[in-house]
Design a binder for this molecule. Structure first.
Ligand code: M6R
Length: 611
């Protein structure tokens, strides 16, 4: 997704912008550019492709002298990825440059109005309209601040904007609505960025902009205004993520590093929430009465976060003895959902910025539901708009394919189930203690699996040549197979599907032929025999089966299946927490064998802030 960095201060801006953009590369992008103001002149360089190209083109920024600048990595939404459509966009006068994340919904209408006034457009983007509008208003009123205000009043849609004007080489403007943007307070100057990762090398003192706010940054300070142009005092946050935590730490890929971090991440997410064997959510504002009074429960999310929700549905229904609806956020928002006062909507998001999830949250909130979100990025939009936030504390997740965020989201959902079930009186003492002990033991059991990663690498080598893979499982194994399949397809580009095993015979089994790879999940022990008969069923059609099962069942499985991957056993409801680790590793090593760009798979972005 698009990334924004901006700097104003006493140092040269271009090297800071290039470095900041490099740290945002993980968000996914197809082009990049920077604009720098120096000697009352605006210099812009932008280009399609990797940042290295931009860096080379500008001689590592040396060609663009000046201490004020904005930079951007673009992920195309309007207009194909090319040099012209890349940001920054510059007004016709050549004096105003803009970087933008989001979508200006009324840009066609504004563009037509400006064309009638004699403006010509170079790009196909919605963003160029912002630059030209600023030009127009500045021309009309002669005051740039007023021009920015008029532009903000005219545009509809979502935006995080960084704006510079050559006539004001000592200040930068930033505005936000429905797209993330934060301010960084530094020693030698001040910053804007769409993501804290871009700034931690320069400052750890940050403030999150809220919707409707406008900031004016200079070397000496930052002034912030609300929609009514009243000055705003922002709460400052200290970022304690280490730079190292945002880099690869010795692993070949961020994805592997993040897989390996999972025992630590699970410990961080759960340890402080379990005290003397009891689940304690000091970060939850709901009273026991409110918890007992919960009406319907929805879980709403996208992608892997949605897959956590599918696991959550099985487990919460089991622990709370009530219906739990799990919905794709992109469907929920347009489904006229039957949700209202007294209902609880659990929103799950790593980034806290996924637009579909955000829109679903707002829809549910508008209808009166209480929003409890499970989020990784502190201070993100979803976190800020929720009634209750449980942070996963997984640390920055850089690889596009999520791993540790998935695991920690699931751990929190499981803990929440135990906690709610206890209050609602639906979880008995034995289940409560088994679940709590099980959660506490997860990090060590995960470490055991991680130590055997070379074994999984060998299996991956045997599977890497397949072009079609089916993941099958029942119940929690089905829920987990959804994630196993997504992990594999998104990073290895192998076509893969996840099926509830019992559903195969209703059509899909016709696709199984000699040599088709079927990854059979048989971790949910109450249904081991059923899983076994599905294995036999696909083998009879020629499938090559790789079975994932618990240690205790490995021998029985090995009697029928040549490739068996056994993992430690835990509470059946917690088994997906362990099962996901070998599936992540399998996907990782298969993608490695196929020479794929693992951390930045094609066509994907880490944070999906468009619809
Ligand atoms: O940041 P979110 O959890 O809201 O993101 C939702 C999905 O885009 C995300 O889980 C995606 O499916 C994963 N990156 C896939 O690995």
């Amino acid at each position: 997704m698009c990334g924004i960095v901006g700097f104003v201060g006493s140092e040269q801006a271009a090297p800071i912008l290039l470095d900041g953009l490099r740290r945002l590369e993980y968000r996914g992008y197809d082009s990049s550019g920077i604009a720098v103001c120096g000697d009352c002149e605006l210099r812009v360089k932008k280009v399609r492709g990797r940042l290295d190209v931009l860096s080379e083109l500008t001689h590592q920024g040396a060609d663009l002298p000046g201490t004020l600048g904005i930079g951007h990595t673009r992920w195309a939404t309007h207009g194909e990825p090319n040099d012209v459509n890349a940001h920054p966009h510059v007004s016709s006068s050549g004096r105003i440059a803009v970087v933008h994340n989001g979508i200006i919904e009324n840009y066609m209408e504004l563009k037509n109005q400006l064309i009638q006034k004699g403006y010509t457009f170079r790009s196909e983007t919605d963003t160029e309209v912002v630059a030209q509008l600023l030009d127009y208003y500045y021309d009309q009123c002669g005051d740039f601040f007023e021009a920015v205000m008029c532009m903000l009043n005219a545009v509809d849609g979502a935006y995080a904007l960084g704006i510079v004007c050559a006539d004001y080489p000592d200040r930068m403007y930033a505005a936000r609505k429905d797209a993330p943007l934060l301010l960084g307070y530094g020693e030698g100057g001040n910053y804007i960025a769409s993501d804290v990762t871009a700034l931690i090398r320069y400052t750890r003192d940050i403030a999150y902009m809220d919707d409707g706010e406008l900031a004016i940054l200079s070397a000496g300070g930052i002034r912030i205004y609300d929609r009514q142009m009243r000055p705003v005092e922002k709460e400052h946050h200290h970022v304690d993520w280490e730079i190292d935590a945002a880099e690869k730490g010795g692993y070949a890929h961020f994805m592997l590093k993040e897989i390996m971090e999972q025992p630590r991440a699970i410990r961080d997410a759960t340890a402080a929430r379990i005290q003397n064997g009891r689940v304690v959510f000091s970060d939850l504002n709901m009273t026991p009465e409110q918890i007992r009074a919960i009406g319907k429960i929805y879980i709403v999310a996208c992608g892997s976060s949605y897959h956590v929700g599918v696991v959550g549905k099985y487990n919460l229904e089991r622990m709370l003895r009530r219906n739990v609806e799990v919905c794709l956020a992109s469907e929920f928002r347009y489904s006229d959902p039957i949700v209202g006062e007294g209902d609880l909507v659990i929103v799950i998001s790593q980034s806290g910025e996924t637009l579909d999830t955000m829109a679903a949250l707002r829809e549910a909130k508008k209808r009166g539901a209480r929003i409890l979100s499970i989020v990784n990025v502190v201070g993100s939009s979803i976190a800020r708009e929720s009634d209750d936030v449980l942070y996963t504390w997984a640390g920055p997740e850089i690889a596009v394919a999520t791993t540790k965020a998935y695991s920690t989201q699931m751990a929190l959902l499981n803990l929440l189930g135990v906690y709610f079930g206890d209050i609602m009186g639906t979880v008995d003492y034995e289940t409560y203690t088994d679940m709590v002990r099980g959660i506490q033991a997860l990090p060590e059991q995960m470490e055991e699996i991680l130590l055997r990663r070379e074994e999984i690498h060998t299996l991956a080598q045997e599977c890497a040549h397949h072009e079609d893979v089916f993941f099958i499982g029942r119940n929690l194994d089905y829920a987990l197979s959804l994630e196993g399949s997504l992990k594999l397809k998104e990073i290895s580009y192998i076509h893969s599907e996840a099926y509830a095993s019992g559903e195969l015979k209703h059509g899909t089994i016709s696709l199984i032929e000699d040599g088709t790879l079927v990854i059979a999940l048989s971790l949910y022990d109450p249904l081991f025999d059923k899983a076994m008969s599905n294995v036999v069923e696909v083998q009879a059609r020629g499938a090559r089966v790789l079975a994932l099962t618990i240690d205790r069942r490995a021998a029985a499985m090995a009697e029928r299946v040549p490739m068996v991957l056994p993992i430690p056993e835990t509470e059946p409801m917690l088994q997906p927490q362990l099962g996901v680790v070998p599936l992540q590793l399998l996907a990782y090593y298969i993608a490695l064998e196929r020479g794929c760009d693992i951390d930045k798979p094609r066509n994907l972005a880490k944070s999906v802030t468009v619809e």
